[in-house]
Design a protein around this ligand. Structure first.
Ligand SMILES: NC(=O)c1ccc[n+]([C@@H]2O[C@H](COP(=O)([O-])OP(=O)(O)OC[C@H]3O[C@@H](n4cnc5c(N)ncnc54)[C@H](OP(=O)(O)O)[C@@H]3O)[C@@H](O)[C@H]2O)c1
Length: 342
C-alpha cells in the first residue's frame, strides 16, 4: 500500500463468471434477499425453488422469477436445470440438507452456520470432498469487496502483527422470531455470534484459550454471550453477541503498524477507516451500504470457483468453517448452550 491509497478490491463482476442454475431451498427471510440480490446484480439463473409445500414453492417461485417450483428438496435435486443448491433453511436442517444435496451430486452453498457444531460440519465437508462437488458456507461478509481490501492489508503486512481484534453483533428480535425458539437451535450464537467469531478466527486462527460468559433469554435460549480469545502470539480478541439488544455491531483490527475500524455494521457492505500508526495518516474506504443486496458477491464467488473446477473457495475454505465451529462449540460448552437436538 502506498501512503496515499488503499488497495482495490479484486472481486469478480457479474460477467466474469459462468452462469449457473441455482436451486433455492427454503422460502424465508434470507432466501428472499438472496434471490433479489441475484436478480438485481448478476446474470445467474434461479432455476428452481423448493419448499416443504408445493403451494408455497409456487408462490415464492413466481415472486422470485424462478423457472420451476418444487414441493420437496428431492424433487429439486432431480431437476437437471439445477447446478448448485443454496440451503436457506433453519440451522438444525443445514447438516442433513447439505448431505442430501451432495449425495445427489450437486454443488452446495450452505447458509451460516454450515452446521450446528464442528462435528456436523466435518461430515458435510468430508462428504462434499468425496463426491467432488463444490461446498462452502455462505458467510457473505468474507465475499464483500471491503473484506478483499482488508485481506490485502493483512497479507501485505501493512497492518503489522495483529494483536487486537474487537467485534460484536447484536440485534433485538420480537418474541415470535425463530432466534428465540429452542426447537430451532435459537440463541445469539448461531445466528449472530457467527460473525464476530468468524472475524477473529479469520484474522488470528485458533486461540489457545477461550473464556466466555452467557445470559439466557426468557425462552431459555442463550440471549447474550461475551467471549475473550487468547492466542500464543499474545494477540487477544474481545467479542460479544446478543439477540436481546442492539449492540454497536462494529469490528476493529489492531496491528502493530495500523488499525482498521469498520463502520457499523461491520459484517455488511459499507466503509472502514484505516489508520497508519507511524505517519498518523487516515484513509477511508467506502462502498455503498446496500445491506443484504450485497449477497450477490457470494454467488459470484461460487460461480467463479465452480467455473474453475474448484471444490472450495479460498475465501472460506471448509477447514476455516470447521475451525470456527470448534471455537463456537467451546464457547457454547462454557456457557451451557446445548441445543435440544444435539
Ligand atoms: N447471511 C445472512 O445475513 C443471514 C441472515 C438471516 C439468516 N441467515 C441464515 O439463514 C438461515 C435461515 O434463516 P431465515 O431468517 O431465512 O429463516 P426463516 O425466515 O425462518 O426461513 C427458513 C425457511 O426454511 C424452511 N424450513 C424448512 N424447515 C423448517 C422448519 N422446521 N421450520 C421453519 N422453516 C423451515 C421454510 O421454508 P418452507 O416453508 O418453504 O419450507 C422457511 O421459510 C439460518 O440458518 C440463518 O442463520 C443468514
Amino acid at each position: 500500500m502506498s501512503q496515499l491509497s488503499l488497495p482495490t478490491s479484486r472481486r469478480p463482476g457479474p460477467d466474469d463468471v459462468p452462469q449457473l442454475g441455482w436451486g433455492i431451498l427454503g422460502t424465508g427471510w434470507i432466501a428472499e434477499r438472496f434471490c433479489t440480490a441475484l436478480r438485481a446484480s448478476t446474470t445467474q439463473r434461479i432455476a428452481a425453488v423448493a419448499s416443504r409445500s408445493q403451494q408455497r414453492a409456487e408462490e415464492f417461485g413466481a415472486a422470485m422469477g424462478a423457472e420451476r417450483s418444487h414441493g420437496s428438496l428431492d424433487a429439486m435435486l432431480a431437476d437437471p436445470a439445477v447446478d448448485v443448491v443454496y440451503v436457506a433453511t433453519p440451522h438444525p436442517n443445514h447438516h442433513a440438507d447439505a448431505l442430501r444435496v451432495v449425495a445427489a451430486g450437486k454443488h452446495v452453498l450452505v447458509e451460516k452456520p454450515m452446521a450446528l457444531n464442528a462435528q456436523q460440519a466435518r461430515e458435510v465437508a468430508a462428504a462434499a470432498q468425496a463426491a467432488g462437488v463444490f461446498c462452502a458456507e455462505a458467510l457473505w461478509t468474507l465475499f464483500l469487496p471491503k473484506f478483499d481490501v482488508v485481506r490485502q492489508l493483512v497479507t501485505s503486512g501493512d497492518l503489522g502483527e495483529i494483536l487486537g481484534v474487537q467485534a460484536d453483533q447484536g440485534e433485538w428480535f420480537d418474541a415470535g422470531h425463530r432466534i428465540l425458539d429452542p426447537e430451532l437451535a435459537g440463541g445469539a450464537m448461531l445466528d449472530l455470534g457467527t460473525y464476530p467469531v468468524m472475524f477473529a478466527t479469520w484474522l488470528l486462527g485458533q486461540p489457545d484459550e477461550v473464556r466466555a460468559v452467557g445470559a439466557r433469554a426468557s425462552s431459555g435460549v442463550m440471549g447474550s454471550v461475551s467471549m475473550s480469545l487468547r492466542y500464543p502470539s499474545g494477540a487477544q480478541a474481545a467479542l460479544q453477541t446478543s439477540c436481546l439488544v442492539e449492540l454497536p455491531n462494529v469490528g476493529c483490527i489492531s496491528g502493530t503498524r495500523g488499525m482498521v475500524q469498520f463502520d457499523r455494521k461491520f459484517y455488511q457492505p459499507g466503509g472502514f477507516t484505516y489508520l497508519d500508526r507511524a505517519s498518523g495518516t487516515t484513509l477511508r474506504y467506502d462502498e455503498e451500504a446496500i445491506e443484504h443486496a450485497g449477497l450477490f458477491h457470494e454467488a459470484l464467488e461460487v460461480a467463479r470457483c465452480i467455473g474453475e473446477g474448484r471444490t472450495q473457495t479460498p475465501l472460506r475454505p471448509l477447514g476455516d468453517t470447521i475451525s470456527y465451529l470448534d471455537v463456537m462449540d467451546e464457547v457454547r460448552d462454557q456457557v451451557g448452550d446445548r441445543f435440544v437436538m444435539e
